[in-house]
Design a binder for this molecule. Structure first.
Ligand code: PBG
Length: 335
């Protein structure tokens, strides 16, 4: 028999039962923390997305049904990503501000079916741009690519206005052009849309984790990469600089993307700024969990839950995740 240790302090006392663990729990996920990203296309059927098991490119009707299912599970915010037909893509992506385009129609359909849901829209040119970049591409005679900042920002303002007119609650620039938050804020205010919020992709990294998403939308850059506008994964201080700019330009919420591999960046922005912080658990993070679970190596629900809890514990107030509907439903059952 071993002797009793003289241990007045025993950390395990606070873990002795589920009830005690509940009392001392520091971070709790709620369905209202989650934002559900949804893909849509201009077609009558719903197509499963091969690179993102469990996700679909929804028809307008399918989208409304899926938003309804998410609403019933407790999700209160959605964000839309369109797959645009090749024939609509142009170098300047003008389809992005067509008032009868796919996104404005989706906003109207979803808001009329579920007026209480928050509709967020992605502001960037890549789904509409024939070069597959988030901005307008200029090619030098030697074939080098340049993504034109100021010209792109003017187009993004028209896109944001178009979404606001259709009834979006929040516009979310994901393009990483300089100055776009301030310009979009002024454009919205000048058109009396001062109540439309801006959720800025503040620290969006040039990440390989976006691969499955680009497969879903057929939106991969045709040429070159996104490293002249998205951030270098090696940099942390630069995220503070981007955040300062977004704060002064009038962003309402700051986002870090991807989420799981960038928990330190979430924490850094949480500690340095008072604004709410969003984090995007991107397609590659989702696919890794889905794939490992499909082969039976990990428990999908438990790992998804733990990954989201980790993101929230790091300092995110809200999380964009393809697990939103399923996890919200599960959280609801527990209460
Ligand atoms: C593009 C955009 C991307 C994602 C959201 N908006 C891809 C990219 O920047 O190439 C990725 C989301 C994901 O991987 O889940 N504006």
């Amino acid at each position: 028999m071993s002797e009793k240790l003289n241990l007045p302090i025993r950390a395990r006392r606070n873990r002795k039962s589920e009830a005690v663990r509940g009392l001392v729990r520091e971070t709790v996920l709620h369905p209202s923390d989650l934002i559900y990203p949804l893909f849509l296309h201009d077609a009558p059927q719903n197509d499963p997305i091969a690179s993102m098991p469990g996700c679909h490119r929804w028809s307008l009707e399918g989208l409304v049904n899926e938003v309804g299912a998410a609403w019933n599970a407790g999700v209160r915010a959605v964000v839309f990503f369109p797959k645009i037909g090749e024939t609509f893509k142009t170098p300047r992506g003008e389809e992005c501000f067509n008032p009868d385009g796919l996104i404005p129609r989706a906003i109207r359909a979803v808001k009329s079916a579920f007026p209480g849901i928050t509709v967020i829209t992605d502001v960037a040119l890549d789904p509409y741009n024939s070069d597959g970049h988030d901005g307008v591409v200029e090619r030098s005679s030697s074939g080098e690519l340049k993504i034109l900042n100021d010209e792109t920002v003017a187009l993004l303002c028209r896109q944001a206005l178009c979404h606001a007119e259709a009834g979006a609650d929040i516009v979310s620039p994901s393009d990483m052009m300089d100055g776009r938050v301030g310009q979009i804020r002024s454009a919205l205010d000048a058109a009396a849309y001062e109540d439309i919020s801006i959720l800025s992709y503040t620290a969006k990294y040039a990440s390989a984790y976006y691969g499955p998403f680009r497969g879903a939308l057929d939106s991969a850059p045709k040429d070159g990469d996104k490293k002249t506008y998205q951030m270098d994964p090696a940099n942390r201080r630069e995220a503070l600089r981007e955040a300062e700019l977004d704060v002064t330009e009038g962003a309402d919420i700051l986002m870090v993307k991807p989420a799981g591999p960038y928990l330190d960046i979430i924490r850094t922005l949480r500690d340095a700024f008072d604004l709410p912080i969003a984090a995007y658990q991107v397609s590659g993070e989702y696919l890794m969990i889905k794939s490992a679970a499909k082969d039976g190596w990990i428990d999908e629900e438990k790992v998804a839950m733990e990954s989201l809890l980790g993101i929230k514990r790091a300092g995110a107030d809200m999380i964009l995740t393809y697990f939103a509907k399923d996890i919200a439903a599960r959280l609801g059952e527990r209460n």
